[in-house]
Design a protein around this ligand. Structure first.
Ligand code: PLP
Length: 349
């Protein structure tokens, strides 16, 4: 056999489906198009496509560092934050070391652990669909190298509060890296859900992972970033695929960051719609957990696939996790209305 036998058992990453003409509420994208200035910046950068991009990503790392209030040597960028998560596993794990995370969570986690031949340790979510931090702390062993904490959690939307996260971080040994995956940070409105960098960024073993794919509208360009202590960020920059933050992505990200007011305005529109969708759904399915992200979770168990099929028939693509639940991205008000009509028919009809 030419490739590793253990990969045979590994499921492939399943992206949200795109169906021409259908409303896509399956990938947690923001529906409003690129931020102002982004398309022009890409067009300009396209003229230099025959050149390699700045491998050190200096201008963008400086812009991110300034925004985050950290030194640029604490920042690394990558081909989406998912690639950075993969690099973090590569920078911490030898074969057989353990990567710990809550489950169900972001479906790339088991895949990135397996890519590095690390062992994925899944700690079941609590009955309220949130991370069970006590059980996660108890599951740490001598082999644990990396813990992934997804806040808010994809796909359940649940969030961890400042105090419980602080207590968890206190319980984690100092030689285990904890990644706070905050892909949906810009949609968080609950003041008790901490900004991981502001609250815990001074801890040597904490990494904060964020993305420009969601609120910043750059999913198609693949760009994410992390902030960590200089030694950790430096190790990640070493294992990164050279030039993987491409030139168009760097230019687009710089332009997007300048449009932060508009980003915030759009995120607020999503938050307002989130509240409407969440409360409508809860009237028909009371188990819908509170969400701080740009999606809602319907814990429909063995009706999940059937629900997604009913949405499909109404022209709305949602994300079903068979036997568990359905994740639905918040779209424009019109898109949400069409989804809610289909949901009501299924849940209340
Ligand atoms: C929790 C979480 N982390 C990371 C990512 C990866 O995002 P990207 O690679 O586009 O930055 C996603 C995307 O869905 C996510 O939900």
């Amino acid at each position: 056999m030419l490739t590793r036998a253990d990969l045979n058992a590994l499921p492939e990453y399943v992206p949200g489906r795109t169906v021409p003409g259908a409303i896509k509420l399956a990938s947690n994208e923001v529906p409003y198009g690129p931020l102002p200035g982004v398309a022009d910046a890409i067009a300009e950068a396209a003229g230099s496509s025959h050149r390699y991009p700045d491998m050190a990503v200096v201008a963008l790392r400086e812009a991110l560092a300034e925004r985050l209030g950290v030194a640029p040597d604490r920042v690394a960028t990558g081909c989406g934050s998912v690639a950075l998560a993969e690099h973090l596993v590569g920078a911490t794990c030898h074969e057989g070391d353990e990567v710990l995370f809550s489950w169900r969570s972001f479906e790339a986690y088991p895949i990135i652990a397996a890519t590095a031949a690390a062992t994925a340790v899944r700690v079941p979510n609590r009955a309220d669909h949130g991370h069970d931090l006590d059980a996660m702390a108890a599951a740490i062993t001598d082999r644990t190298r990396l813990v992934l904490v997804c806040n808010p959690n994809n796909p359940t939307g649940t969030s961890l509060r400042r105090d419980e996260l602080a207590a968890f971080l206190d319980a984690v040994p100092g030689d285990v890296l904890v990644v706070l995956d905050e892909a949906y940070r810009e949609f968080v409105t609950d003041p008790d859900v901490p900004d991981g960098l502001a609250a815990f960024g001074d801890r040597p073993n904490v990494v904060v992972l964020r993305t420009l794919s969601k609120a910043w509208g750059l999913a198609g360009l693949r760009i994410g970033y992390l902030a960590a202590q200089p030694a950790v960020a430096g190790a990640v920059r070493k294992v990164i695929t050279p030039f993987s933050t491409n030139g168009l992505a760097q230019a687009a990200a710089l332009a997007a960051l300048k449009a932060d007011e508009e980003m915030r305005r759009r995120a607020a529109l999503i938050v307002a719609e989130r509240e409407r969708v969440e409360s409508s759904l809860r009237a028909w399915w009371p188990e819908v957990p509170p969400t701080q992200a740009n999606f809602v979770w319907l814990p429909l168990a063995d009706r999940a696939t059937e629900f997604a099929a009913a949405c499909d028939a109404a022209g709305v693509i949602v994300r079903a996790f068979a036997g568990d639940g359905v994740r639905v991205t918040i779209g424009t008000p019109d898109e949400n209305d069409i989804f809610l009509t289909a949901a009501e028919k299924f849940l209340a009809g």
